[in-house]
Design a protein around this ligand. Structure first.
Ligand SMILES: Cc1cc2nc3c(=O)[nH]c(=O)nc-3n(C[C@H](O)[C@H](O)[C@H](O)COP(=O)(O)OP(=O)(O)OC[C@H]3O[C@@H](n4cnc5c(N)ncnc54)[C@H](O)[C@@H]3O)c2cc1C
Length: 278
């Protein structure tokens, strides 16, 4: 009899980082070590994380495959499942099934300059491809990371950003919305698309990887167009309500795509084909 695809593997929480008041990063290790060696994923894929007594939630696998042996996720407390997860401590056990979905075409980015633009919890989706690029630093050109949040207290990966900017040829730009700065803030102040425009990146051969709330994405695409980026150079990862994760329930259908199978990673060119109300 084939294995039940909905049966999760058990994982123990081995580390927890409080990123902000409502965002947390967890590091998880499989209870059965042989699963760890069998599990292969690519940056951009996601998992269904189950919290016993609360339910399942979809999160991006936040660590690059080059940092294997464990799984990381960064989640924002939203509702029932993420609140249940927030209440768990190091040592407790959760379920994981996956990896699911498509992935970032990192192989095609070799030799190119990379610009990562993340808004709020959207940075979680960029974490794995960024980590991959940092782990293979000499295979890519210049790396710029633009990490934006509403306010200083909402900025994720604060500690890790210090590590990223120590790497050769990496520039990290932090920005908060006007009014979100503190007296000691030394980053940018401005909405992400505005700061992006101020950076005036040359489109020539550059890949832009972006993720954030729909409104940010809408204005980012306008800014990219203004700076003459082509839709094939821009790639993003979408969120939608999701249930099974394996293309059976149709819950995540958008236009002709099932996000869990043909997504969540799309080029800007593909996004243009999606229904305008998405
Ligand atoms: C491919 C994919 C990757 C994701 N990666 C991450 C991640 O890395 N980190 C993270 O924090 N979240 C991520 N999400 C979103 C996450 O799955 C939901 O926020 C989470 O499941 C909420 O569960 P809950 O039971 O706590 O809240 P619920 O009670 O289900 O929802 C609380 C509120 O959030 C809204 N909501 C729930 N899910 C979504 C959604 N997918 N899109 C828009 N609104 C929603 C509900 O309508 C409700 O208003 C991802 C979603 C997808 C589809």
């Amino acid at each position: 009899m084939s294995e039940n695809p909905y049966r999760p593997h058990l994982m123990r929480i081995v580390d927890a980082i409080e990123e902000t008041g409502d965002v947390r990063t967890l590091r998880l290790k499989f209870l059965e070590p042989e699963i760890a060696s069998q599990l292969h994923w690519q940056a951009g894929q996601f998992g269904q994380f189950s919290i016993f007594g609360s339910g399942e939630s979809v999160f991006t696998i936040a660590n690059a495959p080059s940092r294997g042996g464990y799984i990381e996720c960064t989640f924002r407390q939203m509702g029932k499942v993420t609140s249940g997860l927030r209440n768990l401590s190091v040592g407790q056990v959760v379920g994981f099934r996956g990896p699911y979905g498509n992935h970032f075409p990192i192989e095609e980015w070799r030799g190119r300059d990379l610009l990562f633009v993340g808004g709020g919890i959207g940075m979680a989706a960029l974490h794995a491809p960024l980590q991959f690029a940092l782990d293979h630093r000499d295979e890519f050109g210049e790396i710029v990371v633009l990490n934006g949040a509403r306010a200083v207290a909402d900025m994720v990966y604060k500690e890790e950003m210090k590590e990223w900017e120590r790497a050769t040829g990496v520039r990290v730009v932090r920005t908060v919305d006007p009014g979100g700065e503190t007296p000691d803030w030394n980053g940018e102040v401005g909405l992400i698309p505005d700061v992006f425009e101020r950076l005036r990146p040359e489109p020539d051969g550059r890949i832009v990887i972006t993720c954030g709330p729909p409104v940010m994405l809408r204005f980012m695409l306008m800014a990219l167009e203004k700076l003459s980026f082509k839709s094939e150079q821009v790639i993003t990862t979408l969120e939608n309500k999701m249930k099974c994760g394996i293309g059976q329930c149709g819950r995540c259908n958008v236009g002709r795509y099932l996000l869990c199978r043909q997504g969540p990673v799309f080029t800007w060119a593909q996004l243009k084909e999606l229904p305008s109300d998405y």
